[in-house]
Design a protein around this ligand. Structure first.
Ligand code: BTN
Length: 267
């Protein structure tokens, strides 16, 4: 057994039996991107349902909208989980928001950190980005959906000027820096429970969590919408996870895109 197999066994042993039964966990010292590795496995015919890949380093980590994801060695969490929903009728609207909700709730429970969620896929602490979520949909043969859910979380980031926005890590908000493997266990627990319940529960069961943790609500935002920048006040998300923005020309629902905060409501 390699040391990675030993680490994987320890992480899985910390999870309850029902969650453990859903997962196969692999740990790699270095990959290009954990999402890409799981996608390639899928393309070459492997069953990726429940396949989790944790890497100590990514040489070509991917963020949303084609951006790179800075992935220094042995410091942060780089994790992807493959999942399959067997029915075409499974509604994926709001799924990526629910991933953020589930992770935030779990990390609050286990380590007491207060994570806010910035639409659609960013995790924030104290106004700074601490993590992000990247979901790839992989074509499924037959009915249903196959997904790769990628999570990047800054655990103890070395000093860097490689990131072009305010950022933080979990260690900065805790008395004792968490171990990456403990964080991995928490994230796997959150994802597996959420994804298992998703076909029956959908986004409606997470909307209250989103509202409680919404980073943008009430503030002036700019959102890319139909190729143009839309400015208005964020009013929260609707039952499908779309961002609702109150603009000069009326209330607009934005289903996909990127939002940035222009001004805090109080300033
Ligand atoms: C974002 O905020 O832009 C999303 C970042 C997602 C990064 C994670 S790290 C693990 C997985 N592998 C990748 O290449 N990307 C995701």
């Amino acid at each position: 057994m390699s040391s990675c197999d030993g680490r994987a066994a320890v992480i899985l042993d910390g999870l309850d039996a029902a969650v453990r039964a859903e997962l196969r966990l692999e740990i790699a010292a270095e990959v290009d991107s954990t999402n890409e590795v799981v996608k390639r496995r899928c393309t070459s015919g492997a069953d990726i349902h429940g396949l989790a890949l944790l890497a100590d380093r990514q040489s070509a980590g991917r963020g949303r909208l084609g951006k790179p994801w800075f992935s220094p060695p042995d410091s942060n969490l780089y994790l992807s989980l493959g999942w399959r929903f067997d029915s075409d009728n499974c509604d994926l609207a709001g799924l990526s928001l629910a991933v953020g909700c589930a992770i935030a709730e779990q990390l609050q429970d286990s380590m007491g950190v207060d994570i806010r969620l910035k639409w659609p896929n960013d995790l924030y602490i104290a106004g700074m980005k601490v993590g992000g979520i990247l979901i790839d949909i992989v074509p499924a043969s037959g009915e249903g959906w196959q997904l790769v859910v990628g999570v990047g979380l800054n655990v103890a980031m070395p000093r860097t000027d490689a990131i072009d926005q305010p950022w933080t890590d979990l260690a900065a908000h805790l008395k004792v820096p968490p171990s990456r493997d403990d964080v991995a266990g928490d994230v796997l627990l959150a994802l597996t429970s959420m994804l298992s319940d998703w076909p029956a529960a959908g986004f409606l069961s997470w909307r209250e969590v989103w509202q409680r943790r919404d980073f943008l609500v009430g503030n002036e935002v700019a959102v890319q919408h139909n190729g143009a920048a839309l400015v208005g006040v964020a009013m929260g998300v609707d039952s499908t996870g779309a961002l609702t923005v109150d603009t000069d020309s009326g209330v607009v629902s934005v289903h996909a895109g990127e939002a940035s905060m222009l001004r805090l409501a109080s300033s």
